[in-house]
Design a protein around this ligand. Structure first.
Ligand code: ARG
Length: 568
């Protein structure tokens, strides 16, 4: 459709030049005016001619009819006027022939492109805080981040996934104190991260009654900063245990990071940042702390050093960005975090600008809204947060129960239940615009009859089963009825849908496209028998449509990190 729209824009441009060679209208303008009418009875693509009224000094209906007169464009069957609109009907067979060729061609996957060839993108995502719970608040950064990585790969970029673990800071002083007072090696070895979180929670409870514990924790962190060997060993151990645990969750999502370079990785890179800020006269003392004043830019100051000289979250981000630029020479570095951190990113992006690093423009913060949970009684062992792994476990359990009922004979049911359970959570999460606050209802996410992951997975599995039964096919013609053509048009929209999702850093655009495609396919399937079609020729065409749907669904689900088994 993208290609066809471009051709139409070129033909319209020629038409406009014939009406008035001096008209201030570009081909790009025309392309942006072309729209898909909500009711396709009028046409497949529409051009609102009032857009040219000013430039041509004519009434829109007059422009429409002048343009329609003798309109010719490859791939367009007719151009008709309706008031101020010029409506185009697509040459159905030509569109399907091209689509079939493109979807089945070797080389670049259909919908993807090589716009990013030779360019590198670093994506900083997930990044939980070690020793604190990996909770559902991290679902957003984890799945949006991974989806953005897949999307950039689909557009030809080289992508580097970085887990910027929160592995440095006073929480390690707290954990060390708690471990020494109430913990044991056996308990941590046995219960892993749950024990670490429990110790951390206990520290906070006990510190309420005994604030001196906080001083002890601060002292322990200072000792860590100075390389105390015993505390350093404990700290490393806590991190290793935590990463092993995170990896279980990442494996369920098919996520692999290129680097687990957490905040601590930048410890030795910080003095250079502080020196540069000093030499560029950007640091100011404020009540003993060192800050960069951002008042002029309407923001509170960016904190660089605490009174005791220790570094802060922004300092580490600045050092990390410089390191990444020097190491990977990225064209873009993307950070996915909750919208609560937007100011933090705006502040230190500004500091880099003031430091004269003109590549600050290539830093992108991608924020998202909050997540809450209701209607589901999840264990909340750690106070009032819901752990991601518990949410996943419950989703898998529920999916398994549904499948035991729906398809008890299915081979490999356990794996499929994992794919369906996790897929349901991810799909549900990625259905809404990322800035929207989400209220999680597991029952809704797992509803096989709703607009859900399982519904999409089920549709995909259906296409696989039809194709398997059919074997080889070769269409000999591409004429189509309305249901067939509606599906063909939806398939043809995939490339531009992908472009838009990438430009807006918005995976939900793809999720909603998957739902549109599933709806078009299921309508087609309901109205047009495939394997029992009236003639071999019709059967081959319908199989071609099914095969195309299968490929596009697979690519789209891949982009939003939803597994798609061949059988459900
Ligand atoms: N660890 C932080 C958190 O859980 C997120 C880190 C995001 N990345 C970054 N470079 N600041 O809130």
């Amino acid at each position: 459709m993208k290609t066809l729209k471009k051709k139409i824009a070129a033909a319209v441009y020629k038409g406009i030049a014939e009406i008035d060679p001096a008209a201030a209208v570009t081909e790009k303008d025309i392309l942006s005016y072309l729209a898909y009418p909500p009711d396709d009875k009028l046409g497949d693509i529409a051009l609102p001619c009032f857009r040219f009224a000013k430039a041509l000094r004519m009434a829109p209906p007059v422009i429409a009819s002048r343009l329609a007169d003798g309109f010719e464009c490859e791939g367009v069957a007719s151009a008709e006027t309706a008031g101020g609109y010029l409506n185009f009907r697509i040459d159905r067979a030509a569109l399907m022939r091209r689509l079939f060729g493109e979807i089945n061609a070797d080389g670049l996957p259909y919908g993807g492109n090589d716009d990013g060839a030779g360019k590198t993108v670093v994506i900083d995502y997930s990044s939980p805080n070690v020793a604190k719970p990996f909770h559902i608040g991290h679902l957003g950064t984890t799945v949006i981040g991974h989806s953005l990585k897949k999307m950039h790969e689909f557009a030809g970029y080289k992508c580097i996934g970085v887990n910027h673990l929160g592995d440095w800071g006073t929480q390690f002083g707290k954990l060390t104190v708690a471990y020494r007072k109430w913990g044991s090696r056996e308990a941590v070895e046995e219960k892993g991260i749950d024990e670490l979180v429990a110790l951390y929670v206990r520290f906070h409870e006990e510190a309420e009654a005994d604030p001196a514990l906080n001083d002890e924790a601060r002292a322990a962190f200072t000792a860590l900063e100075h390389g105390d060997p015993e505390i350093t060993a404990l700290w490393r151990w806590f991190i290793d245990i935590s990463i092993a645990e995170y990896k279980k969750t990442y494996r369920q999502l098919d996520i692999e990071f290129d680097y687990y370079t957490g905040e601590s990785f930048y410890t030795d890179k910080m003095p250079a940042v502080v020196d540069e800020l000093k030499s560029k006269d950007l640091l100011k003392l404020d009540d003993g702390a060192s800050i960069v004043d951002l008042e002029e830019y309407g923001m509170p100051p960016c904190l660089i050093l605490k009174r005791d000289g220790s570094t802060l979250y922004p300092t580490r981000d600045i050092a990390a960005a410089i390191y990444r630029k020097e190491t990977f020479d990225f064209d873009k570095c993307i950070y996915v975090t909750s919208a609560g951190q937007s100011l933090h990113f705006a502040q230190w992006f500004k500091v880099l600008e003031l430091m004269g690093r003109d590549w600050y423009k290539d830093l992108v913060h991608v924020p998202y809204g909050t997540v809450s949970l209701n209607g589901s009684k999840l264990a909340t062992r750690t106070g009032n947060v819901v752990l991601l792994k518990d949410l996943f476990a419950e989703a898998i359990e529920k999916a398994a129960a549904i499948m035991a009922e729906k398809n008890p004979e299915l081979a490999g049911r356990e794996d499929v239940a994992e794919s369906v359970g996790i897929g349901a959570v991810v799909f549900y999460y990625l259905s809404a615009n990322r800035m929207r606050d989400i209220n999680f209802v597991l029952e809704d996410a797992l509803n096989f009859d709703g607009n859900t992951g399982p519904y999409a997975q089920y549709t995909y599995a259906r296409t696989c089963q039809i194709l398997k039964k059919a074997g080889e096919y070769a269409p000999d013609g591409f004429e189509m009825n309305d249901d067939e053509f509606a599906l063909c048009k939806t398939l043809a929209l995939f490339p531009e849908t992908f472009d838009q999702a990438l430009a807006e850093y918005e995976p939900s655009i793809i999720t909603r496209y998957v739902l549109d495609l599933c709806a078009a396919f299921n309508r087609f399937y309901h109205n047009c028998p495939v394997l029992t079609a009236g003639s071999e020729s019709v059967k081959a065409l319908r199989l071609a449509l099914t095969g195309c749907t299968n490929k596009v669904l697979s690519s789209a689900l891949e982009l939003i990190c939803v597994r798609h088994p061949e059988k459900i």
